[in-house]
Design a protein around this ligand. Sequence first.
Ligand code: BMA
Length: 344
Amino acid sequence: MKKISVFCILYSVLFCACTKQQQGVMFGHQDDPFYGIGWEYEPGRSDVLESCGDWPAVMGFDLGGIEMGDTKNLDSVPFDCIREEIRNHHRRGGVITVSWHPRNPITTIAHPHIWPEGSAWDATDGVVTAILAEGETHDRFMTWLERVRTFLSSLTDDNGQPIPIIFRPWHENNGAWFWWGNTHCTPDEYRALYFLTQDYMRDLKALQWSYSPNLDGNMTEEKFLQWYPGDERIDLIGLDAYQWGTEEDFVRQTRADLDFLCAFGKQHNKSVALTECGFINVPDATWWDRVLLPILADYPLTYALVWRNAEKEHFGPVPNTESAEHFRNFYNSEHTLFLKDIAK
Ligand code: BMA
């Protein structure tokens, strides 16, 4: 599909990362400019900026809720602000990635609701089957795709040109916590859902498509290929890897999966990224330079993005804390790239 245009866009967005791959991995942060620890919606602020003096190279944003026609996403961020900050970051020379945690099109109910009812985490069986069949769920889902398409097509630069976006739908599908997870549909159904989404957006040539399973610890080609949408469909392969358990397990499992994914990426000519990562609330300040950095130093990754700094849970650095000191070591390393390293 659209080989030439996808290649051109990929080349232009990932140019820095590809040419500097030997030099470093771009650092990314979800929802970076909207809120942090102790503040929200103060233009110009960012916990990353205030920790190290530079913006993240990559910013991540989520479209969950747009499918309902909501004006704010599932984390209460207005979609108008998301559009504006995507434009701002593009203007700075940064890279943008967009994820989507859509609600469950069968059980979804109007707000207010009791989580996880109706949400992406309301992981009932048969949703993907119903989306793919004729009927009410399919029809509702197509209106959802239209709302996503409309928003993504509104992401244009100062000259009205589409802003390149790494779009990362249907992530972490090798787990069971989302309704599109691997116990709730077959591999063929999963791929059909991915294709339906992608084909519906085929006119959006600035989208690069990411496939990002969750940390497995024992990924093999056989397991990976079972669900992979295919080389023709995917531009960037990601891994979502959080340290939920012990540090030892996290390091061993992340390295094992990156060994596989980087070899696969090389063979199949795909970029590889840690599309989500982090250690919830960063309880060990040395995690940045002692745990994460050595991993990034060893793999030719395009980027590594940590999740959002919400009050209830944060994954990025917090200014004026010990974590920020170690984050500065991480920032100063030759193995990491921030905005100043990639912007023209
Ligand atoms: C999850 C948590 C949720 C959030 C969701 C989408 O991992 O951070 O609180 O709603 O991501 O950002």
